[in-house]
Ligand binder design. Sequence first.
Ligand code: ZN
Length: 483
Amino acid sequence: MKNVQQPKLPPKSSFSEWYHELLAAAEIMDIRYPVKGLYVWPPFGFALRKNIYSIIRELLDNDGHEEALFPLLIPENEFMKEAEHIKGFEDEVYWVTHGGVTPLEMKLALRPTSETAIYPMYKLWVRSHADMPLKLYQIVNTFRYETKHTRPLIRLREITSFKEAHTVHTDWDDAAKQVDRAIELYQEFYRRIAVPTIVSKRPEWDKFPGADYTLAVDTLMPDGRVLQIGTAHHLADKFAKTFEITYEDVDGEQVYAHQTCYGISERSVAAAISVHGDDRGLVLPPEIAPVQVVIVPIIFGNRDSNEAVLSACTSVRDVLTGHGLRVKVDDRDEHPGSKYYRWELKGVPIRIEIGPRDIAGNSVVMVRRDTAVKQSVPIDRIAGEVLDCMDIMLADMYTAASQKFDSRIFDCETLDEALELEVQGILRVCWCQDPHCGHEIEEVTGLRMLGIPVGAAGSGVATSGCCVVCGRDGVATLMARTY
Ligand code: ZN
């Protein structure tokens, strides 16, 4: 039996090294592709991505969205129509300028986001108030020429998994409701993968180019930096005016539609990995784990008992697969210890060990990945026990992550206090909403303003007080180091 040497991960306390090593060791991303900022999804990572995105699809589909697909290339004249929007993206756009050796009459942009690809079609599709709300989404790759340090799943030149929804409404209020609904769906999505989130309204200077306002969903990474993992934008009738998206209202008048757009990317995968992982590797919420249960036969060399063990493993696998679970029997000729190590690294939620003694007792050993707690389970109750354990595991993972998250939100009444704290998380201070003071807070603390908390993020705290810069009346705002 082989004792296979396994790579050793750096401790999670060295987060950046841990993250990069883990992506490679667990085969989530291969970063060796010869173009900066472009990475490869190997099968295990791709399976994880697929499971995560199937939750997004399910939530959107059940909420009346429909999936569609628009082209990657956007003609320059459409792309350049909305002035603020271009200004926000002009430094990041890749242009296609030639077809073979022939210069194109009109340059084509590789979508950095798809407003300008989708809205010329919405102009054709939206006719009457009866067509609304129109709620479409697509899951596509987008390209941005990032000049900052690129990082797999977090800062990319090819975002491979951009889920962008684009909705059209009769009026501003209905669009505002959709923005709130989008945020609810995103928070629901993140609860399903046990990632705690906080929602805030981005300050004017940090909203989506061309939007009326932007709400954002953030989470905290282990190094105390905030990762923006979802945004929803109210576009009002700005793009509708640019792209002439009008409809006939109940009185027969042609009026401009109101729009929203909202997006999530593979940063959701980065969050799931980073929030839950530990020194031994990935810890995956059961619903998204590519392998949910691994069965390891414990074999001692007696041929008859080996056969009995292997056949017990197969029948347990069949029972669990019959319940829709993704199960693997690891019967390779290796020491069980090496197998445990490998599957822990890959974050498999539940390990089942079956040896001759277990069979004699009509039981198996079940081990949880998150707590490493072992328990003996009667073999005829295995499916129910595994399913229950998965539910409990998800709830426990969310509770543990939420407690950690909440313990890293700090309230400060003065900027001096904030500076002394050297915040490893989110700082909450009072702000008068004047941009001058906002920039001052950012400059003095070296933190970025996330914005005024929305929903639960703002409850239970003093939401008003004196601005930490000018002393005028203010409201709580969130500050953090960000990715
Ligand atoms: Zn102020």
